[in-house]
Every structure is written in C-alpha cells, then in structure tokens.
Design a protein around this ligand. Structure first.
Ligand code: TXA
Ligand code: MG
Length: 355
C-alpha cells in the first residue's frame, strides 16, 4: 500500500501545496469548497497521500476518533489545520507515525517512554517527550514548545496513510474546536464540510475516546489525559505509580489543550442523574434511566460494558444534542478503568462554557 515519497516531486509541489493550504485556510477556491467523502481503500488512500504531500487536509479514521491530518513538517499545512478547525493556535497537535523507529527520529525517548511505546504501540497512547534537536515537526504544530506529542495509531487506514504521505501527520480530532470529537465520517462532514479536501470513511472508531496522553519529560511521568490505556495499565508496565494531572485546570501549562469546556454540546448535561425528568433527554448506562418518560433515551451500554460505552459516547451525545433539548440527564458511570476516561469527557462536556 506504500506510495513512494519522492522528495523531488514533493519539493516541486511545495508551492502548489502552500497555495492549496492557503485556500483551505481561507475557504476560497474550488478545492476547499468541495469535501469528498470516500470509502477508505488502496486507491483513495493513495489519492489522500498525494493531497497530504501537496499540503492539503484529509480526515482519517483512527482506532480512537477521526483525525484531521496534514503533513506535520509543513508550517503551511499545519496552519491550514488550525484554520479549518478554528482552533486556538496555542494548542499543540499530536504527530502520528507509522512506527517507533520513525517516531524516535523526532522525539527523545527515555527509559519509561521507550518501555511504554514498545508495549502499547501501535495503539491509543500518546507520549509527550522532549523534541529531538533535529526534530522536523513544525514549531507551529508544537505550539512553540520544546516537547513533542507522538503516537503510532493502530488503525490500518491511518498507518497506510502515513506511509502514503511519506511524513509524520499532525492530526487533532477532526471536529470544530470545542465540539464533540467525531467517531463517524458523517460527524466529520457535519463539522468540516467545505473546509477540507477529503474524508476517508472506514466506519465507526473502535475505541471512541481520544488517546491517553502521558508526559515523559524530565522527572516522573505524568498523566495528562485519560483514555483507553488506563493509568493502571501504565503503572503495571512501569512498576511504579504515576501522577494524575489529567484533572488540571485549562490554565495548566503542560497541556494547553485541556480546555475545561471541551466537547461542548449545546444542551446542559446533568451528570450522575438517578432518574430522568420530563422534557429531558437521557444518556443512559445499564438501563437505570429506562423508567421516566423522556424525549429520547440512548443507552451507552445496556449490559454495562465500559468499552461499548466509550465507543458510543460521542455519537450518542451528538444525537441527543441534535434533538434541541435543553438538558440531557446522564446516568451514573462507574469510575474504574475506562469509566475514568468516560467520566472525564462527560465532566468536560458538562463544564461551563469558555466565554
Ligand atoms: O486519539 C487521539 O489522540 C486523537 C487522534 C486523531 O489521534 N487526536 C486528538 O488530538 O485527540 P487533539 O488535538 O484533539 O488533542 C491533543 C491533545 C491536546 O489536548 C494538546 O494540548 C495535547 O494533546 N498536546 C499536544 N502536544 C502536547 C505537548 N507537547 N505537551 C502537552 N500536551 C500536548
Ligand atoms: Mg480534540
């Protein structure tokens, strides 16, 4: 599936790429107005690789959520991501790699980071490490930091696309900034239609929550975002306990992206609801809200399976929010394992909105 990264071809297309990226950012020009939603296969992945090498934007499936990918080494391509998402430019992006060998060229892995990468990659774990002195990832993607967030995704389409692009891909979740992360190609289209060149559709994302983020800088590793790889799994591999910084305020300097009012639906969320009130919608777990009459009820997992609940979370939030209801009652979710990551996303979705 590999499409050769011909460096002379990519150089000669640089100017063109910058023009495309500018058009994406400015929302002018035919290419930016037409977003092609296509099934992911060898042909469309090769086409998407060419778009990326020319500086354009492609939404790709990963096992966590859909990502909005651009060549991580190109300032203009990365700038187009921020423009399409309307994302505050202080918020750094994760660079996605095909394997650990290429990741190690851009970041400096200490013992802990290396052990975790070898165990959990490819997979839903992002490691923040010091950027290497020769790091090619755009400073804009790193938001000027001297650290770098890296991940090797497990999804075969994401991996094939990185190979086809011939460079690491910067990819935030493919939603408008502050909106709910997309777990279906149709979510991406709803948020970014006309703003990006192509969406590769590979069906629903298996995990449904963004990757776990762990900072392995100087000193002890710190958890910056909860996700499918649980703190317990990380601690078990490392043999010592790690600090949990994932509940920090949005002002926490280490992870500028952890805005409190992230994943914001229009509706207010009433968490830990023992029952649903008339006129509300219900985001249920294990059928506890099945009794009351409500506008619409979706059960994250009737059999109380946390992996199933995580995979359904963002799609169900979008669905319930689309009813236009004022309040969504959310059933209690257990706080252990993957439940901790689900609760984290729910709390952020319920938090007061940033002005
Ligand atoms: O599962 C995922 O991680 C998805 C898929 C597409 O890979 N991506 C994703 O990206 O969730 P995004 O941009 O929505 O979230 C990335 C988070 C942000 O909160 C950002 O602040 C943090 O990673 N981050 C990136 N670089 C960082 C750095 N050098 N230090 C601390 N935090 C960093
Ligand atoms: Mg995001």
């Amino acid at each position: 599936m590999r499409v050769g990264a011909d460096s002379s071809a990519s150089k000669s297309s640089d100017k063109q790429g910058q023009r495309n990226a500018r058009r994406d950012g400015e929302m002018s020009g035919d290419q930016a107005r037409r977003t092609r939603l296509v099934p992911a296969n060898n042909d469309t992945i090769a086409e998407a690789g060419a778009i990326l090498r020319a500086g354009g934007l492609v939404a790709m499936p990963t096992e966590t959520v859909y990502g909005l990918a651009a060549d991580a080494t190109s300032d203009s391509a990365v700038a187009a991501i921020y423009a399409a998402k309307q994302r505050p430019s202080f918020n750094p992006l994760i660079a996605h790699f095909a394997n650990l060998i290429s990741a190690r060229r851009e970041g400096e892995f200490g013992d802990a980071a290396l052990a975790l990468a070898k165990t959990f990659w490819p997979g839903p774990l992002t490691l923040v490490v010091p950027a290497s002195p020769t790091c090619r990832v755009s400073l804009l993607a790193r938001a000027g930091l001297d650290s770098l967030a890296l991940r090797v995704p497990a999804h075969p389409v994401a991996r094939a696309l990185i190979e086809a692009a011939g460079s690491p891909l910067a990819a935030p979740s493919a939603n408008r900034s502050g909106a709910i992360s997309p777990t279906l190609a149709s979510h991406v289209l709803a948020d970014l239609d006309g703003r990006i060149a192509m969406i590769l559709d590979a069906g629903p994302c298996r995990v449904g929550l963004e990757s776990t983020i762990l900072a392995c800088l100087d000193g002890a590793p710190r958890l910056l975002r909860r996700g499918a790889i649980t703190r317990e799994q990380l601690e078990q591999r490392l043999g010592f306990s790690i600090a949990d910084d994932s509940l920090g305020s949005e002002a926490a300097p280490l992870a500028p992206g952890r805005l409190l009012s992230h994943y914001a639906p229009r509706a207010r969320l009433r968490l830990d609801a023992p029952r649903v009130e008339a006129g509300e919608a219900a985001l249920d777990f294990g059928g506890v809200l099945a009794q009351g009459a409500c506008l619409k009820r979706l059960d994250l997992s009737p059999r109380r399976d946390l992996a199933e609940a995580a995979a359904n979370l963002f799609a169900f939030l979008r669905d319930l929010d689309a009813t236009g209801v004022a309040t969504i009652a959310v059933a209690p979710v257990p706080a252990h394992g993957l439940g901790a990551a689900i609760l984290d996303r729910l709390r952020r979705a319920a938090a007061p909105r940033a002005p």
